[in-house]
Design a protein around this ligand. Sequence first.
Ligand code: CDP
Length: 228
Amino acid sequence: MRKIIIAIDGYSACGKSTTARAVAQELNYRYIDSGAMYRAVTLYFLDHHVALTNPKEVDRALQQIKVSFVVNSKGSSETFLNGINVEKEIRKMRISENVSQVSTIRAVRVAMVEQQRRMGKDRGVVMDGRDIGTVVFPEAELKVFVTAEILVRAFRRQKELLERDDLVDIDSIIENLQQRDSIDSNRAESPLRKAEDATGIDTTHITIDEQVDEVIRLALTKMIRPPK
Ligand code: CDP
């Protein structure tokens, strides 16, 4: 079977990452969380007080940033910023509240997209994000676009945060998701949109296992080489 690229895009907290991670594990593919890269950049910018409106400062900061992923002993991928494990830190609300603004900056996107393409060059990857099927890998063999109702998304995100000992009230989560949806969909650079050839999956009423099975089923149809 040939190795393919699986691009999973969609709105915040629709279950993209959970699905992508499980699909990658099942197919023995590499999972790349592109959102974690934008979150790591945001963490660096906040901690170093980088002025987002100053292109020189942004460029200088980007040259200092190296984001990488390391698979831990439990088999899940963790995000490292300049060699430090930031997996927990980048999921906090202070990052969620700033990441979409940082992600509108062209120089940030250029730097991240270059790294993402490098990570996917040998194929055999599942990458999730907002612009994977439209910009990063427009030639991806399988593109999936995930949606879900806002309340379901908010409760899922609240549960995830709680599992990290972070109690956030539901109204703040809804507000953050809606604000990010709006910035992500309306920005000039690589806005969030469904690629024409993407398969839509509404995850409101289905379980993670059902989402995973559906993506695997779609992937297998693409992995079987067409006859010569
Ligand atoms: O996990 P969640 O759905 O909250 O979002 P994420 O995948 O961690 O992405 C965080 C933010 O990064 C998004 O709201 C976007 O602003 C930005 N992002 C992006 O611009 N392009 C991507 N390919 C991935 C994320």
